[in-house]
Design a protein around this ligand. Structure first.
Ligand code: DQA
Length: 138
């Protein structure tokens, strides 16, 4: 059984309510139910935090044990050297995901501080970005 950790960053607890034209109207919890049903061969753990340090603690906690981390760092993607360093510090491969196509949005979203530390990046496919990342890790 593969152990996969999903980490969602700031404001992603509001998926379904937050800017639905950009991020869709489904809650992450309902999407997660579908994902777990579709991939019974994976144990999919989920963690969300609005706090950068808590995300770093979660990376440290699972990053020597789990088979993969799928991370949507939200706006910390564009600012956090500390998340970059945390990803580099662990063994578990991290796939960076984004729901929206950040390159089709404001220029401040075009830069990612974490991409270079990640195994790969999937973005722009709505919530399906998470499933595509899971496929990549499997
Ligand atoms: C996001 C894109 C980020 O620019 C933004 O700050 C988010 C969500 C996405 O999934 O499209 O919070 O990571």
């Amino acid at each position: 059984m593969k152990k996969i950790q999903i980490i969602n960053g700031p404001n992603l607890n509001l998926l379904g309510k937050r800017e639905p034209t950009v991020y869709g109207s489904a809650s992450f919890e309902s999407y997660l139910d579908e994902l777990r049903a579709r991939y019974p061969q994976c144990e999919i753990a989920y963690y969300q935090s609005n706090i950068e340090g808590e995300m770093i603690n979660k990376i440290h906690e699972v990053g020597f044990d789990y088979d993969g981390i799928i991370m949507n760092a939200g706006a910390y993607t564009h600012t956090s050297i500390a998340l970059h360093d945390a990803i580099k510090a662990v063994n578990t491969p991290v796939v960076e995901v984004h729901i929206s196509n950040v390159h089709a949005r404001e220029s401040f979203r075009h830069v990612s501080m974490i991409s270079a530390a990640c195994k790969g990046v999937i973005l722009g496919f709505g919530l399906d970005s998470y499933r595509l990342a899971l496929e990549a890790l499997i």
